[in-house]
Design a protein around this ligand. Structure first.
Ligand code: DQA
Length: 146
């Protein structure tokens, strides 16, 4: 089973971006961890990152076309991208699992982060556990698609 793990805007800066909030793991290190954690639960997981909404929308389409499950950290798009929401809806409507993940707990932060336009079309959400959010999401996908 293939899983596409996608990180949205500014997450390419992981490791140096506000490490107190987002941790010290770099994006390259996270990419390696995602592959390793995926393999541990029998999944072939690859991590991609873009700051561009268009890329994220197209990657959701690619997941639908290829039958890939998705783990998505939509970053700031979480809070306002209806285009990404609609693309995520295509994934779950196709019967594929889509787990929304966040490093931080957006509900414990600024008011504008409390709303997610993605959650309503995601299979489920894991937030607030740092890079373990991705590990748990991979485990959840493996459980569901076993
Ligand atoms: C984030 C939370 C978002 O509010 C923020 O815009 C991000 C990262 C997280 O992983 O905690 O860029 O998605």
């Amino acid at each position: 089973n293939n899983v596409l793990v996608v990180n949205g805007p500014n997450l390419g800066r992981l490791g140096t971006r506000e490490p107190v909030k987002y941790g010290s793991t770099t994006h390259d290190e996270l990419a390696a961890l995602v592959m390793e954690w995926g393999a541990e639960v029998g999944l072939e997981a690859t991590l991609r990152q873009s700051d561009d909404e268009t890329d994220l929308v197209h990657w959701m389409h690619e997941a639908v076309d290829n039958g890939w499950h998705v783990i998505l950290n939509p970053a700031a798009f979480t809070h306002y991208s209806y285009a990404l929401r609609d693309a995520c809806a295509l994934v779950t409507a196709a019967g594929l699992t889509l787990v929304e993940v966040h490093l931080t707990n957006p509900h414990a932060r600024e008011e504008f982060r409390h709303a997610s336009v993605i959650s309503g079309v995601a299979t489920g959400t894991i937030a607030g556990l740092g890079v373990d959010s991705y590990r748990l999401a991979l485990q959840a996908v493996a459980h569901r698609v076993g």
